[in-house]
Design a binder for this molecule. Sequence first.
Ligand SMILES: NC(=O)c1ccc[n+]([C@@H]2O[C@H](COP(=O)([O-])OP(=O)(O)OC[C@H]3O[C@@H](n4cnc5c(N)ncnc54)[C@H](OP(=O)(O)O)[C@@H]3O)[C@@H](O)[C@H]2O)c1
Length: 387
Amino acid sequence: MRPKRIAILGSTGSVGRQALDLIRDQGELFQVVALTAGKNVDLLARQAREFRPLLIACGDPARAGQLRERCGNGKIHVQAGPEGLRAAATLPEADLVLACIVGAAGLESTFAAVRAGKSVALANKEALVMAGGLMIDSARERGAKLLPVDSEHSALHQCLRGEKRSEVARLVLTASGGPFFRSSAAALADVTPEAALRHPTWKMGPKITIDSATLMNKGLEVIEAHWLFAIPEERISIVVHPQSIVHSLVEFVDGSWICQMGVADMRFPIQYALSHPDRMPSRLQTLRLEELPPLEFLAPDPARFPCPGLARDAIRAGGTAPAVLNAANEVAVDRFLHGGIPFPAIPQVIQEVLEQHEPRPVTGLEDIMAADRKARDAARAAVERRT
Ligand SMILES: NC(=O)c1ccc[n+]([C@@H]2O[C@H](COP(=O)([O-])OP(=O)(O)OC[C@H]3O[C@@H](n4cnc5c(N)ncnc54)[C@H](OP(=O)(O)O)[C@@H]3O)[C@@H](O)[C@H]2O)c1
């Protein structure tokens, strides 16, 4: 059997690097055909020398020259900018596109892969949050398959294998709760970026780590689950499970529950998406049940962590509102990371921007991009007012 040919959008990030670790270990089953980065051309060039893809691209056009200098032996096609990312996303030789660029920066390329009818292993949840309706309609129209990479959605995908959607009562997403789940409201005001970047159970890129600390990650995941599994938002719950062993659960109409469990290691859900519909033997250490700590399941506190509620407001408002939520969150998280606003201001900025926004219907990607640009301006102004 010929190897499955993989394009990785965002290969220099946390998910991208872990995917390449798996591919390195399972060399005979996969072939890397495209790799992309934003700015990190040093690492991209090293990855390209090791995996010998057909195409590499960096999002930042100013770095195309540097990338060509490092990989310009004529065998690897080098591109840059949005066209470069789109070329990697739609490469005819790719069987599967792993979309793991972070944030709205991944929207166009993820959408291009769907429009090209590719199977897409989706880590870039923000693309689905921003443009869920468009993405799902396009996937249906073009025969593209969307496979979740997020551990919670991978868990739900596994729980729902062979089940009738009409027999699902509700989906339950687990949340680690992040580093401040037990902190008082007063203590949250003094949280530093360094403390927020120390996640108790998962090692991830900076943006998603802050999203986990505010619980916005769970809000984005409710929207993601709504689109991926066609379940209304009100039938998707969140439970805090600090041990991160149960990755999500499904309750069925007959009162039965199915959950998926595993070690908190992103390589498991990445491998599931890469090997789907098959399961591949894993060389990673798996669970030892006798050694597990007691498992807790607790209700999240909406007063200290308002972000999931804001995400629910956005999906209920519909149209451009989820794209606005995402844009305001990206600006607020970036400013928090650079010391510009305190931790509790993140939800305040998002709420302010959402309240100013009049949701519009979405007819194409341009509607989403326009709402994104406007929301970023509004979020910058809201940040400005706090400094
Ligand atoms: N990390 C996890 O464990 C995890 C778990 C579940 C879901 N996810 C989701 O997976 C996605 C990636 O997360 P991550 O933690 O891997 O992020 P990350 O470590 O920050 O990596 C982000 C990747 O996106 C690239 N990138 C950033 N801005 C870009 C731009 N403007 N144009 C092109 N490429 C750009 C980066 O390139 P450079 O390196 O050149 O900057 C890097 O390859 C996110 O949507 C996240 O929510 C991650």
